[in-house]
Write a protein that binds this ligand. Structure first.
Ligand code: SF4
Ligand code: SF4
Length: 438
């Protein structure tokens, strides 16, 4: 794609990066076929190619974001299916991240939208605030009908619908500390405890620590780590996202310097995609660029890391058919497609892959709150395809997908690592059947 940025515009490194990306796009439109919003809405402006044109126009003319551009960028899930499909290697992720930051800087959203976004950014990345908010949701449900009826407040209703009826107690693995390997120590890793995940489902990190310890890895929960920044990054709140990133880099580099780390284990693929991008996000910060790149190189999804270990024979024969839902951040963001399925198969599960596996379930960070209608359509389509597999349980590697799919599916859904922990001698995940004839 030809561009006409001026030398003065290109002096801004963010614009220069986006220009490089824009020039790679050859308008072929292959990406439209796999874009969930184009497939759902059928509007070119809700396709990757359409959004790329809107972003180009906005940046090239150096103008503030307008309502139309914001509408179509807001509808993008950041699922990155377009990047998997694109034959020209267009880095849509970095382009849309830049566009979102530009929108945040130059566009004044309606009051209710601003209030909802500010609330999400204030609550979700902080486990203690999120836990309190979930407890308050019980009372908030009384006003659900009101939120539904007031224009601009539908996200509040969507948020209340997603909130679980009960909030599990905080887990001991969510506090900083060292979990020693059982038997001979074969490695040392840090784990990202995360923000929303340990509140919604503490069993995921518990299963991870338990499995890794039994496999000989010491697991450290570092002092000072927090949200990876993805939630606010996708809302265009660049400075807040970078502050989270710097805090985590400091926490993990301290461990690297004091005893070394084999990996930083991540159990939510949405976080994994962002942490693997820290090197890019902090590239312009001389104090952090190198450290952030090291952190990104150390970041591993739990399934990636498990594939590097010497696994024993499974302790049980679960004999269950598992529908594996590959989160977008797993398959498109991190290109991890093979490892989770191989691990499940090796552990004695029969993996079934739902149709249209490339399409997003509609979760996408805060998307199911901010865009509840499109999100619900994608969720229902996903659940129909998953249920058609006839599997007994759904496995996936991202808490957002677990919450989203669980809100409509009739079958249990768990994190992949919970099934692996069970198969290798750990606790059976709640709600999963004992086993069933295949
Ligand atoms: S990230 Fe997903 S929703 Fe956004 S343009 Fe790409 S394919 Fe479409
Ligand atoms: S597939 Fe790639 S090159 Fe083709 S229109 Fe989409 S982004 Fe551009």
């Amino acid at each position: 794609m030809q561009t006409t940025f001026t030398p003065a515009q290109l002096a801004d490194p963010h614009v220069a990066e986006s220009e490089k990306i824009l020039r790679k796009c050859v308008h072929c439109g292959f990406c439209t076929a796999t874009c969930p919003t184009y497939v759902t809405l059928g509007n070119e402006l809700d396709s990757p190619r359409g959004r790329i044109y809107l972003i180009k126009d906005m940046l090239e003319n150096g103008r503030p974001a307008d309502k139309e551009t914001v509408t179509h960028i807001d509808r993008c899930l950041s699922c990155l299916a377009c990047m998997t499909t694109c034959p020209s290697g267009v880095n849509y992720m970095h382009l849309v991240d830049h566009a979102r930051a530009h929108i945040e800087e130059t566009y004044k959203r309606p009051l209710t939208d601003r209030a909802v976004r500010a609330l999400l950014a204030f609550v979700l990345p902080y486990p203690s605030r999120f836990r309190s908010a979930l407890k308050l949701a019980k009372f908030g449900r009384l006003f659900s009908g009101l939120f539904e009826a007031v224009p601009g407040l539908q996200p509040m209703s969507a948020m209340l619908k997603l909130a679980p009826a009960e909030v599990p107690p905080a887990s001991p693995v969510a506090t900083p500390g060292r979990h020693v390997a059982a038997g001979e120590k074969r490695g040392r890793v840090a784990i990202l405890t995360g923000c929303a995940q340990p509140v919604l489902d503490p069993g995921i990190n518990e299963a991870t620590v338990s499995l890794l310890n039994r496999l000989g890895s010491e697991v450290v929960v570092p002092e000072g780590e927090g949200c990876c920044g993805a939630l606010v990054h996708h809302m265009g709140r660049e400075e807040q996202a970078l502050a989270f990133a710097r805090k985590n880099v400091d926490a993990w580099m301290k461990l690297v310097d004091q005893g070394g780390l084999d990996a930083i284990i991540i159990t939510a693929s949405g976080c994994g995609t962002t942490i693997k991008d820290y090197g890019f996000m902090l590239r312009l910060d001389p104090a952090y660029a190198e450290k952030a790149a090291r952190v990104s190189a150390l970041a591993k999804d739990i399934t990636e890391y498990l594939c590097t270990l010497d696994l024993p024979e499974p302790a049980i024969q679960p004999g269950l058919a598992v529908a594996y839902h590959s989160a977008c951040s797993m398959q498109h963001g991190q290109k991890i497609t093979r490892q989770p399925k191989e691990l499940l198969t090796r552990a004695g599960f029969v993996v079934r892959e739902p149709r249209e596996g490339h399409l997003c379930c509609g979760s996408a960070g805060t998307y199911n709150i901010l865009q509840p209608e499109i999100s619900a359509k994608l969720r229902d389509r996903k659940v129909k395809n998953i249920e058609a597999t006839g599997a007994a349980v759904i496995a996936t590697g991202n808490i957002g997908c677990i919450t989203q799919i669980a809100s409509a599916a009739k079958m249990p859904i768990v994190h992949t690592v919970e099934l692996l922990d069970w198969a290798y001698g750990g606790k059976k995940p709640a709600g999963v059947p004992e086993g069933r004839k295949l």
